[in-house]
Ligand binder design. Structure first.
Ligand code: GLU
Length: 299
C-alpha cells in the first residue's frame, strides 16, 4: 500500500489536473485524478483544471468536451468548462518566455527530425539510450528561424536535484537525458516541456501530482522554470501507473478502460474511482469511494 507523508506537502497547495485533449479519459487518467483530488482534499488544497492543448494538430474540441463531461460524471468538477485554463489561450506567454530564455542562453532554429536525431544517435553508438537525445547538430548552423523549423534552447550540463514525495531524492542531468530542449516544434506548436514550466510558474502551482512516466521530465521543467525566474520549484509527487494485462501502460487506444465505455456499461462513478485507487496501491481492495471522500485515502 502506498503511504505519502503529507507533512511534506505545502499547506493548502495549488495543484492541477492537466489532461491533453488528444483522446478520451481512461482509467489511468482517473488514477491521476484520484491522487490529485485526494491529496488536495487531505491538505485543504485546490485543483486547477488545465487543458493541455499545446499540440494544435492532435487536440480536438470534441475530446475537450468529453473530458469535462467525464470529470463532471465522476463528481470531480462542477461547471467545468467555465473554470478551465487552456494552453491555447496562453500563446503570448510562451512567446515571451522563449524571448526571456534566449537572453540567458542561445535559442536556435533546428531542422532535425526525430528520425535524423535517432540516426545520429545510432552513428554515435548511443542508440540504446532511454530517450532521444539531441546531439546539438544545428547549434552552430545559425539557421534563421522559419516555418518548418523547430526552436531549441541550449542547456548547460548542470544536474537538477529534487525530492519526490513518493520516490524520494532524485538527480537528473537534462543535457544528458534529452540534450538541448525543443521549445517549439517544426509545426509551430509550443512543446509540452515549455508550456508546463510556464503554466506551473504563472498559475502559482506548488504541487505537481502526475504519473511516474513523467518523472524524467521533471528536472528539465525545474531548470526551465528557474531560468524563467521561479525562486522555489513546485513539490512533485509521481504516482504508480496502471498497466494492462500485458504489462503495458494503459493507452487511449485501449477502449476497455475508457471512462465512456465504463459509463455505458452501467457502472457508478464511485466504483470507477475505487478501482483506480486500488490499482495504484491506495487501497487493499477495489472498494467504491465517493468523489468527496478521496482525501481519506491519504490521511
Ligand atoms: N498533459 C499531460 C498528459 O495528459 C500531463 C502533464 C503533466 O501533468 O505535467 O499526460
Amino acid at each position: 500500500m502506498q503511504r505519502i507523508d503529507l507533512s511534506r506537502v505545502p499547506p493548502r497547495p495549488i495543484t492541477r489536473f492537466a489532461p491533453s485533449p488528444t483522446g478520451y479519459l481512461h482509467l489511468g487518467h482517473v488514477a491521476n485524478a484520484v491522487w490529485t483530488w485526494g491529496v488536495a482534499q487531505a491538505t485543504g488544497g485546490q485543483v486547477l483544471l488545465r487543458i493541455e492543448d499545446h499540440d494544435r494538430g492532435r487536440s480536438r474540441a470534441q475530446y475537450e468536451r468529453a473530458i469535462v463531461e467525464d470529470l463532471e460524471w465522476l463528481g470531480l468538477v462542477r461547471g467545468g468548462q467555465r473554470r478551465m485554463l487552456r494552453q491555447s489561450d496562453q500563446e503570448r506567454a510562451y512567446g515571451r518566455a522563449v524571448l526571456h530564455l534566449g537572453r540567458q542562453s542561445p535559442v536556435y532554429a533546428c531542422q532535425c527530425s526525430r528520425a535524423d536525431i535517432a540516426a545520429q544517435m545510432r552513428a554515435d553508438g548511443v542508440a540504446d539510450h532511454e530517450e532521444l537525445r539531441y546531439p546539438g547538430t544545428c547549434r552552430a548552423l545559425r539557421l534563421a528561424p522559419a516555418d518548418g523549423l523547430g526552436l531549441r534552447v541550449t542547456l548547460g550540463d548542470e544536474a537538477v536535484e529534487f525530492d519526490d514525495l513518493r520516490l524520494g531524492p532524485q538527480r537528473q542531468v537534462p543535457a544528458q537525458q534529452c540534450g538541448d530542449l525543443l521549445l517549439r516544434d517544426a509545426h509551430g506548436n509550443w512543446t509540452y516541456q515549455l508550456c508546463v514550466a510556464v503554466d506551473d510558474t504563472r498559475q502559482g502551482v506548488h504541487l505537481v501530482i502526475r504519473g511516474e512516466d513523467l518523472l524524467a521530465s521533471t528536472g528539465r521543467q525545474i531548470m526551465l522554470a528557474a531560468r524563467l525566474g521561479r525562486k522555489e520549484p513546485p513539490r512533485f509527487l509521481h504516482h504508480p501507473l496502471i498497466h494492462d494485462p500485458e504489462g503495458r501502460k494503459l493507452s487511449k487506444r485501449d477502449g476497455s478502460t475508457g471512462v465512456r465505455e465504463l459509463r455505458a456499461s452501467g457502472t457508478t462513478p464511485e466504483a470507477v474511482l475505487g478501482e483506480a485507487a486500488f490499482r495504484t496501491g491506495l487501497s487493499d481492495e477495489p472498494r467504491p469511494i465517493a468523489p468527496d471522500q478521496l482525501g481519506s485515502l491519504f490521511r
